[in-house]
Design a protein around this ligand. Sequence first.
Ligand code: NI
Length: 256
Amino acid sequence: MIIDTHAHYDDGQFDTDREELLRSMHDGGIGMIVNAGSTVSSWEKIRELTEKYPFVYGAVGVHPDEVGSLTEEDMERMERLLDLDKIVAAGEVGLDYYWDNESHDIQKKWFIRQLETARKKDMPVIIHSREAAADTMEIMREYASGMRAVIHCYSYSAEMAEEYVNMGYYIGIGGVVTFKNAKKLKNVVVKIPLSSIVLETDCPYLAPEPYRGRRNCSLYLPYVAEKIAELKEVSVEEVVRQTEENSRKLYGLKSQ
Ligand code: NI
C-alpha cells in the first residue's frame, strides 16, 4: 500500500469535499495517511480526523512560522496528545528562514523544546527545514541523536541528505521530484538508498506533475512513486513496498 507520511487534511482547502475525498483513498490505492500538525489549533481537528477514519493517523507539533505565541501549557497539551494511540509523531517542527515569520532565536528555542518533548515521549519527529540547512543540522546533531525522524519536503544537497541518512533519518520526497527543474532533488533520490525514502504529499500544497499548481491530495502519490522508480531504476511496486516498510518503521505503524 501507499502511505502518505505527511498531509494536511485539516486545512480549510479541504472543507468542501474532505469526507468524499478521504472516502476515496482506499480505491485510489492509498492505505494510510499521517496528518501533520502545523498550529496548536490544528491539533483538535487532527485528533477528530484520526478518530473518524481508521486509516488516518496524526502528528502534533507547531510549524516554525507559528511558534511566536507558543507556551509551556501548549507543550503539556502536546505531551498528552502524544499519548494517544493514533498520534504517531511530533511535528512538523523545525526552522524556516525563507518566510522568517519569527526570529531565528525564537524558532530555535521552540524547535529544541519540541524535540525534547518528542524524546521524553519516545516519539519520532517530522522536521520542516527551509533555507536553514546549517542550523537544522546542528540542532539535529545536538538534540535529536538516536531519535527517529524524517526530514520532510527535503530541499538541500545530496551530500547533506547522505549525512542525514547516516544519522538514521528518513528523507521525505513529494511532488517536487516530478518538476522539470528539480535537478537537485532528483540527484538526492539517485544518491540515497531507497530504504531511507518515504513518500509524502504535504497536501494541499506541492501537487506533482501533471497537477502542478492545483490542490494536492494523496491520490496523486503514484506520480511521485513512478518518478522515484524511474530515477532508482526499479519497479513502481518496489518503491511502494519499500517506502511502506520505511514509513511503518518511522512511525511505528503496525500492519493492518
Ligand atoms: Ni507540512
